[in-house]
Design a protein around this ligand. Structure first.
Ligand SMILES: [Zn+2]
Length: 173
């Protein structure tokens, strides 16, 4: 069976994460686009959220930056190059998603010296076979940064990092 995340997403499975990366680069060389280096996938109802890093130069910011989670919306989806192993037992990279440009961007702009940026991409689910949860790390719902394991263990169900949590608490006062 080839479908694991969603019918809408074209998957290609490779023997190693390195091979997945090379194939993503090959696809980009042939058809254009950019590669999202995926570090976490959030399975929700009704969507899948891919969190990963992109070269900062590839994003096209909207005129007014909005606070909160940095999000991108590509013109179209290419192939998600991954391995079975990375989906079952995620390492630093889960896979490489080829995205077609332009990528519209919502969120606060990264500092000019940042060469890569962590972004979230939401895809509506058409095929609901996966149980809700996370593949890989659990990203903060405000800033996308992965929440350290220690914090996840200490506070079950926590969805914000310590930085965003303290900002939120500061606003309440
Ligand atoms: Zn955060």
């Amino acid at each position: 069976m080839d479908i694991i995340l969603d019918l809408k997403i074209i998957h290609s499975f490779w023997g190693s994460i390195g091979a997945a990366k090379r194939q993503a680069m090959r696809e980009v060389a042939n058809t254009g686009g950019v590669i999202l280096d995926v570090c976490a996938i959030e399975v929700r109802d009704p969507s899948l959220i891919f969190v990963g890093s992109l070269p900062t130069a590839t994003i096209e910011p909207e005129s007014s930056p909005t606070p909160g989670r940095r999000k991108i919306r590509p013109a179209a989806l290419g192939t998600f190059h991954t391995t079975w192993g990375a989906l079952i037992r995620p390492m630093d990279s889960i896979g490489y998603f080829v995205l077609r440009q332009p990528l519209s961007f919502l969120g606060t702009l990264p500092p000019p010296e940042a060469s890569t940026i962590l972004v979230a991409m939401e895809i509506e689910r058409h095929f609901k076979s996966m149980q809700l949860g996370f593949i890989g790390g659990v990203p903060c719902i405000s800033c996308n940064e992965l929440i350290p394991e220690q914090r996840l263990m200490a506070i079950p169900g926590v969805r914000t990092c310590t930085t965003c949590q303290s900002v939120k608490e500061g606003e309440k006062k």
